[in-house]
Design a binder for this molecule. Structure first.
Ligand SMILES: *Cc1c(COP(=O)(O)O)cnc(C)c1O
Length: 479
C-alpha cells in the first residue's frame, strides 16, 4: 500500500516511511491510495476473532512493508490483557474492548479507555510504541519525540514509549494546569527515556515552543526530532479496528447495521469511523459530538469551516475536546471534494492563513448527507445532567467526554432506522476527571486498583520558563 499527500505532492512513500514522519512535504496529510474494500466473506471470517487477530487482519491491509509474522507479533504484544486492565479484571481476558449495554440491543458504551492511561488514546498509541521500536531497531536509527500536551496525549505517548529502545520522549506540559491525577500519571514515570518539561505558562505556550523547535530544520535533523500527534496515519489505522470490533460485538449477523456516536476534538477518532464505513463496514450513521467548542458541528450544519484562534477556545469540563481547529479534518474534506488535492490545497491556503472556507453553495455540501455524519453539541450543564442520569438509571459512572457522547446520542437515537444499535465511544474513565464527577454526583469516581496511590509516588519533572532556547538546550544535552 502506497501513501500520498492530501495536497498532491508527487512522493508515494510506504507505511514505514510515513510512520516516523509528520506532515507530507507540501504540508498535507498522508492517506492510503485507497481504502481497502472488505468483502462479506471477510466480515464473516472476522466476526469472532480475538481483538489482536482482528487488528492484524485490518492493519495488514494498510501496512504492506512489514512481514506478516512480525506484524502479527506486534499486534499480539499490543492488544494483550497485560495492558488492558478490563481484560485483566473482567470475566473474559480476550475482551480488550468490551461493549457495555445501557439499553440491551439499543444503546451501548464501547469501552475504549481501559488501557494504561485511562483514555482511548492508548488504543492507538500503544501500537505506535511497538511499531516505532520495531522500525527503528530494523533501521538502526533513533528518534526523539517532542510534544506538548494538556493531558491525555502526553501520558498516552509516555506510557506507550516508556522503556522502549531507540526512542526518547520530551513532553511539554503547562505547569500547574493539569489535574493532580494527570500530573501524577506523567511525572511519576521513572523510565530513563522519558523527560517531562513543565512550562510556566499555558498549553498554547508549550505548543508554540514545540512548533518553534520543529521548524528549526537544522536542529530537527541534528537531534532526529519526531512527533506522535493525532495526524499520524498509524494512529488512525489502529482506531479503525475498534469500529469493526464494536460492530461485531453489537450485532449477530453481517446483514445488520450499527451507528456510532463519537466525542470529537481533532477529528481523528471519527475519521477512523469514516474509513471503516468506506471499507464496507455497515455503519448507518456516525454521530459527531462536540462541546462548547463546536467548530466541527458548525461545518456539518452550515458548510462553513471556521477554525478559531486559540484565545477564542472555551475551557470546558471535557478538555480533551477543547480544540480551535481540527487537525485531521483535512483528510475528510479530501474525500468530500472528490479526492481532488488542488481543491484541498486551495481551501487550506485560507485555513493556514488564519481564515475560513464556505462550501455551502457547492455540490459538495449538497452531497454531505451521503457521508452519513450528523452532529450535535452539549453544554457543561448537559454533561452534568447526563452523568447523573446514567449513574441513576444504570449504576454506571461515565466521564465528561463520554457524557457529551451519550447526550448527543440521545438526541439522534430516534432518527435511526429500527433495530440499529447505537454505540457511544467511551473515550476516558471518570477517574481522570474527578472534579467534574464530584460536581455531578457529590462523590469521587473509583480509581482502578492498580492506580491507587499514584499521586503519592515521587515525581520527576523539569520546570522551565516558556523559552525556546532553554528547551532546545535541555533536549540537546539529553537526546
Ligand atoms: C483525544 C480525546 C478526544 C477527542 O478525540 P479526537 O480523535 O481528537 O477527535 C475525546 N475524548 C477524550 C477523552 C480524548 O482524550
Amino acid at each position: 500500500m502506497k501513501y500520498f499527500s492530501t495536497r498532491g505532492h508527487a512522493a508515494r512513500p510506504e507505511f514505514c516511511d510515513i510512520l516516523l514522519g509528520g506532515l507530507a512535504p507540501d504540508g498535507g496529510l498522508y492517506l492510503p491510495e485507497s481504502f481497502p474494500a472488505v468483502s462479506r466473506a471477510e466480515l464473516d471470517a472476522w466476526r469472532h476473532l480475538p481483538y489482536a487477530d482482528l487488528a492484524f487482519e485490518i492493519l495488514s491491509k494498510f501496512i504492506t512493508d512489514i512481514p506478516a509474522d512480525d506484524l502479527r507479533d506486534i499486534c499480539a504484544r499490543t492488544y494483550t490483557a497485560n495492558i488492558y486492565r478490563h481484560a485483566r479484571t473482567g470475566d473474559d481476558p480476550t475482551r480488550i474492548v468490551p461493549l457495555r449495554w445501557l439499553e440491551p440491543g439499543k444503546l451501548g458504551l464501547l469501552a475504549l479507555s481501559n488501557g494504561p492511561t485511562l483514555a482511548f488514546k492508548d488504543m492507538a498509541m500503544q501500537l505506535l510504541g511497538n511499531l516505532f521500536e520495531y522500525v527503528l531497531t530494523k533501521r538502526g536509527e533513533t528518534i526523539n519525540i517532542l510534544g506538548a500536551t494538556s493531558g491525555d496525549t502526553g501520558s498516552a505517548a509516555e506510557y506507550a514509549m516508556r522503556g522502549k529502545s531507540h526512542v526518547k520522549v520530551f513532553m511539554l506540559s503547562p505547569h500547574g494546569k493539569m489535574s493532580a491525577f494527570q500530573r501524577a500519571q506523567m511525572y511519576s514515570l521513572a523510565d530513563e527515556n522519558i523527560f517531562n518539561i513543565a512550562v510556566t505558562g499555558m498549553f498554547d505556550d508549550a505548543q508554540d515552543i514545540v512548533k518553534a523547535v520543529s521548524s528549526d530544520a537544522a536542529f530537527k535533523a541534528r537531534h532526529r526530532i519526531g512527533a506522535v500527534n493525532s495526524i499520524n496515519w498509524a494512529r488512525i489505522a489502529a482506531q479503525v479496528v475498534y469500529y469493526f470490533h464494536g460492530y461485531f460485538a453489537a450485532t449477530s449477523s453481517n446483514a445488520q447495521q450499527v451507528a456510532f456516536c463519537v466525542p470529537t476534538g481533532n477529528f481523528g477518532n471519527i475519521f477512523a469511523g469514516h474509513v471503516a464505513r468506506c471499507m464496507g463496514l455497515p455503519v448507518a450513521r456516525l454521530i459527531l459530538a462536540t462541546n462548547e467548542n463546536d467548530v466541527l458541528g458548525e461545518f456539518f450544519r452550515t458548510g462553513v469551516y471556521r477554525p478559531r484562534k486559540a484565545s477564542e477556545t472555551h475551557v470546558t469540563s471535557s478538555p480533551s475536546m477543547d480544540i480551535s481547529k481540527a487537525s485531521n479534518f483535512e483528510r475528510f474534506i479530501f474525500d468530500l471534494v472528490d479526492r481532488n488535492p488542488a481543491t484541498v490545497a486551495g481551501l487550506w491556503k485560507e485555513v493556514d492563513a488564519g481564515g475560513a472556507f464556505d462550501l455551502s453553495d457547492t455540490p459538495f455540501f449538497t452531497r454531505l448527507p451521503e457521508f452519513g455524519i450528523v452532529s450535535g453539541t452539549s453544554t457543561h450543564a448537559d454533561r452534568l445532567a447526563t452523568i447523573r442520569e446514567v449513574h441513576a438509571r444504570h449504576g454506571v459512572m461515565i466521564d465528561p467526554h463520554t457524557a457529551d457522547g451519550v447526550k448527543v446520542a440521545s438526541r439522534h437515537a430516534a432518527d435511526l432506522p429500527d433495530g440499529v444499535p447505537l454505540l457511544v465511544m467511551e473515550t476516558a474513565q471518570p477517574a481522570k476527571f474527578a472534579d467534574t464527577l464530584r460536581e455531578a454526583l457529590g462523590r469521587d469516581p473509583e480509581i482502578p486498583a492498580d492506580l491507587q496511590g499514584l499521586e503519592a509516588l515521587p515525581q520527576r519533572v523539569e520546570v522551565m520558563p516558556p523559552d525556546v532556547d532553554a528547551v532546545k538546550a535541555f533536549i540537546a544535552a539529553r537526546a
